[in-house]
Design a binder for this molecule. Sequence first.
Ligand code: GTP
Ligand code: MG
Length: 137
Amino acid sequence: TERTLVLVKPDGVSRGLTGAILARVEAKGYRLAALEQLTPSRELLAEHYAEHEGKPFYEPLLEFMASGPVVAAVFEGERVIEGFRSLAGATDPTAAAPGTIRGDFGRDWGLKVQQNLVHGSDSPESAAREIGIWFSR
Ligand code: GTP
Ligand code: MG
């Protein structure tokens, strides 16, 4: 079965939404296969966000992601990659539909404020790469 990497970003953890977010994913029927909490190093984040290097939001994104604990989870299930991204909603929480994680819980957005609560892998290749980064230690 397919696997995906889900991150509850520092805004989600600090707001006490970790349980509510993971509960939605479990309730949908995906299986929690691994779980950890850590404050990621810049090195880990640079690897994770390599595709965004050089973009205007890259530095603020790394700074935000390193600002506090993150919960990393692996979920598995049929078409879980697409399924989780659908549960998460649009990248910009001010545009995400109600009923989605970002639409229901997120609000802030801007060049220095990318607080959109969660990350989900966008392809099987990304999932394998990202799970290796977050769960290799
Ligand atoms: P992830 O699941 O976090 O990867 O979100 P995504 O796939 O919907 O977005 P993408 O991979 O394009 O960008 C990764 C992260 O960078 C986003 O979740 C945001 O936190 C941030 N980001 C992306 N685009 C922008 C942008 O235009 N402005 C700002 N401020 N942040 C952005
Ligand atoms: Mg992405």
